[in-house]
Structures are given as structure tokens and as C-alpha cells.
Design a protein around this ligand. Structure first.
Ligand code: SAH
Ligand code: SF4
Length: 385
């Protein structure tokens, strides 16, 4: 009897690689991708022109590409941006956007208007592992690091929703997450935003705020962006009690890195200092804060605590905030008081997201209709920050 040989060999199946997202690619990445698949390199530049100069993101409308090439392109690359699932506008002009970043997760971006600027506060992660005690995002452990396209996408979607003639002038990484815990994607996004083939947004108008991951801080000055440090304490003990990262990278190391930044760039560091009632808002704390920072070229940005349920912290009175600020000013420090904006839309760190997630049926997607044809490239802007 002939026994049929049973083979374990399987027919080779061609596995289609998952298309990469265009908004995470540099021009060099796209050129390499084309070259490795036998396509002309100059096509990459043509596509960047469509996207960033002409605001055309549908390959079918890229009329200088052949039909066959467009089909191949769509198989190779995705052109999708994170969807806006909620858009809120405050009475004071602050706007808040909630983005779907996949896996059922969302992040938020906030636009803060001022006379001479429109600042976009952008997120780098869903949740955060730094576990700062006063921070709503810190209460949720890290759930997802955003990819470069999701970071670039926040900027592009918000810029698209701005009224005609209005442009974002500054970007601050002060939304959800610790940017230096996701530095590869953050700096890749900054490169795409900054490059002439991208949105041409000046690096000098991008501020990266960190809780103090010291070994990563050199990337801030090497990438020619601005540095903000969440200091929030007036000595090691006070800082460690609310920011656990201080155990790993104590003030001596953190302030040394700040000095290097100032020396390398000739710019002032921005120190953020959250005022927590009875904990960091006393006048002797202001004295100590002054002595801690006086040898570093800096601005001190004092931020009255934005209350959120169950935080266990309180916001100091306005008069205490004023006294704290006056003491520092009296000593010659460069102090800014961050105005609380967008209170009616919960524009504090992480709060829109929590509100949305507990009432998903209230999701308002109407804002996606706001999106219309706009120019994505930044005009050359006069330099001020
Ligand atoms: N992870 C980065 C950037 C995001 S947090 C960092 O910590 O620097 C941005 C700023 O918001 C930080 O300065 C932080 O101290 C501040 N912050 C967080 N929660 C706050 C709250 N409830 N009220 C006021 N400021 C808060
Ligand atoms: Fe993370 Fe910044 Fe919040 Fe600290 S303050 S938990 S580093 S987002």
C-alpha cells in the first residue's frame, strides 16, 4: 500500500507589511522606503508638497502621480490623523481637543490664546509613570506612548480647526505624559514639525517640559528646543514628597543639567512651580526657591494648583499667590504667574479625558466637520516666545 507522504511544508504566503503612517516619516525615511521598493526618490518630495504645501492628503488627488503609483502608495502608507472626538471652547477663548489615539485611549491638547500668540499644549503619552502626587495624569499609570504621527497629528488637526488667518505660534509639551519618557517619538515629531519639507514650525517656539529625567535632558538643547522644568519643590525633601522622580535624579543633578542648557543655548530655563496650599506656597518656601535657582538664568512660572477630585491637595488663596509672587519679584527674580484659563472646560491636566471617559455617551464628534482646507505650513514668524 502506498502511503501518501505528508508534508509539513506550507505554501509561502506573502505577508503585506502594515502600512506606515506618513505623519511619522521624515523626508529621508520616505526616500529610503521608495528606494528600497524600486521607486523614484523624487516622488517623496512631490508627496510632501501635496501634504504640507497644498493640504492634500488623499493620494487619489495627487495628480502628478500615475494611477498605478497611487494604488501602490496607498498600500504602502497610511495618511490618517488622530480623530477629534471632542472639541470644547471656553468663554475665555481657551480650546480643548480630545483625540482618539487607538486602543480605546484618548489624549487632549489645549490651545491657549494671548494677545500676540496662540500656544498649543500638546500630549506625549496616555497616563504617566512619573506618579507626581498632585497630577491627575500621574494617577493613571502609563498606558501608551504616543507615536510621532499622533504628536504631529495633534498639531495638524488643531491648526486645521483654527479660524481662517489664525495660526498656532508656540508649542509646549505640557499636556499629558512625560515627553522625555518618550523622547525618540517626541523629537522625531519635532523634526517633522520643524523641517522646511514639513510644517516649518520654528524649534525656538517649541518648549519641552520635563519632570527631570536628567540623562535625557541633553536632547532638549541638542534639538534646539526650549526647556521647562517642573520644579515644584524648594529642596530635595519637599520635591521628593510630591515628585518621586527626585529620588532617582535629585536637585543637584537636575540643576546642573539646567546650567548646561543655559550655557549651551544662551536661553533662560523656565521653572514651573505648582503652588499647593500649605505645602509649597509659604513665604519661607519662596525664599528657598529663590536661593535654589538664583545662580541659573531662569524664569519662574508659578502655577496655582488646579484642583481635581480626590487629589488631597488644595489651591492657595489668590492673596497667598500674590504674596508668594511679590516676594520673588522683590528679590529680583523673573516671575510669571500662570493665569488659570479654560476652567469652564476643565482645561487642567487630564481632566477632559476623565470627564469624557466617565460619560462616553456625551461624546460630541460634530467638531470633525470643522476641519476644512487650510495651509498647514507655518509662515515665518517673528521671533518671540
Ligand atoms: N510631564 C511633564 C509635562 C506635563 S505636566 C512635566 O511634568 O513637566 C505639565 C505641568 O503641569 C507640570 O509643570 C506640572 O507640574 C503641572 N501640573 C500637573 N498637574 C497640575 C495641577 N493639577 N495643577 C497645576 N499644575 C499641574
Ligand atoms: Fe507625569 Fe508631568 Fe504629571 Fe508628573 S506632572 S505625573 S511627570 S505628566
Amino acid at each position: 500500500m502506498q502511503i501518501e507522504s505528508q508534508t509539513t511544508e506550507t505554501t509561502p504566503v506573502s505577508v503585506t507589511p502594515t502600512p506606515r503612517n506618513f505623519f511619522a516619516l521624515t523626508l529621508g525615511d520616505l526616500e529610503t522606503l521608495f528606494k528600497s521598493s524600486g521607486k523614484e526618490k523624487f516622488r517623496a518630495q512631490q508627496i510632501y508638497k501635496w501634504i504640507y504645501d497644498k493640504n492634500v492628503t488623499d493620494p487619489d488627488q495627487m495628480s502628478n502621480l500615475s494611477k498605478d503609483f497611487r494604488i501602490e502608495l496607498k498600500n504602502m502608507i497610511r495618511f490618517d490623523l488622530p480623530n477629534v472626538v471632542k472639541h470644547l471652547k471656553s468663554k475665555d477663548g481657551t480650546q480643548k481637543f480630545l483625540f482618539d489615539v487607538g486602543d480605546g485611549k484618548t489624549v487632549e491638547s489645549v490651545v491657549i490664546p494671548a494677545e500676540d500668540r496662540q500656544t498649543l499644549c500638546i500630549s506625549s503619552e496616555v497616563g504617566c509613570n512619573m506618579a507626581c502626587k498632585f497630577c491627575f495624569t500621574g494617577k493613571q499609570k502609563l498606558q501608551k506612548r504616543l507615536t510621532a504621527d499622533q504628536i504631529v497629528g495633534q498639531f495638524l488637526q488643531v491648526q486645521r480647526a483654527m479660524p481662517e488667518g489664525h495660526r498656532l505660534t508656540n508649542i509646549v509639551f505640557m499636556g499629558m505624559g512625560e515627553p522625555l519618557d518618550n523622547s525618540d517619538e517626541v523629537f522625531k515629531a519635532i523634526e517633522i514639525l520643524n523641517s522646511p519639507w514639513g510644517t516649518n514650525f520654528s524649534r525656538r517656539r517649541v518648549t519641552v517640559s520635563t519632570s527631570g529625567i536628567v540623562p535625557e535632558m541633553h536632547k532638549i538643547w541638542e534639538n534646539k528646543t526650549r526647556l521647562a522644568v517642573s520644579l515644584n519643590g524648594y529642596d530635595d525633601d519637599s520635591r521628593t514628597s510630591i515628585m518621586p522622580i527626585n529620588k532617582k535624579y535629585p536637585l543637584k543633578d537636575l540643576l546642573k543639567a539646567c546650567e548646561v542648557y543655559a550655557k549651551e543655548t544662551g536661553e533662560r530655563v523656565t521653572f514651573e512651580y505648582v503652588l499647593l496650599k500649605g505645602i509649597t506656597d509659604q513665604l519661607e518656601h519662596a525664599e528657598k526657591l529663590f536661593h535654589l535657582t538664583k545662580h541659573i538664568p531662569c524664569k519662574i512660572n508659578i502655577i496655582p494648583f488646579n484642583e481635581h477630585p480626590g487629589s488631597g491637595f488644595e489651591r492657595p488663596s489668590d492673596s497667598q499667590v500674590m504674596k508668594f509672587q511679590q516676594l520673588l519679584i522683590g528679590k529680583g527674580a523673573h516671575v510669571l504667574l500662570r493665569r488659570t484659563m479654560g476652567r469652564d472646560i476643565f482645561a487642567a491636566c487630564g481632566q477632559l479625558r476623565s470627564e469624557f471617559e466617565s460619560h462616553p455617551q456625551q461624546m460630541d464628534t460634530s467638531n470633525s466637520k470643522l476641519i476644512r482646507t487650510l495651509h498647514l505650513k507655518s509662515n515665518s514668524l517673528s521671533s518671540h516666545t
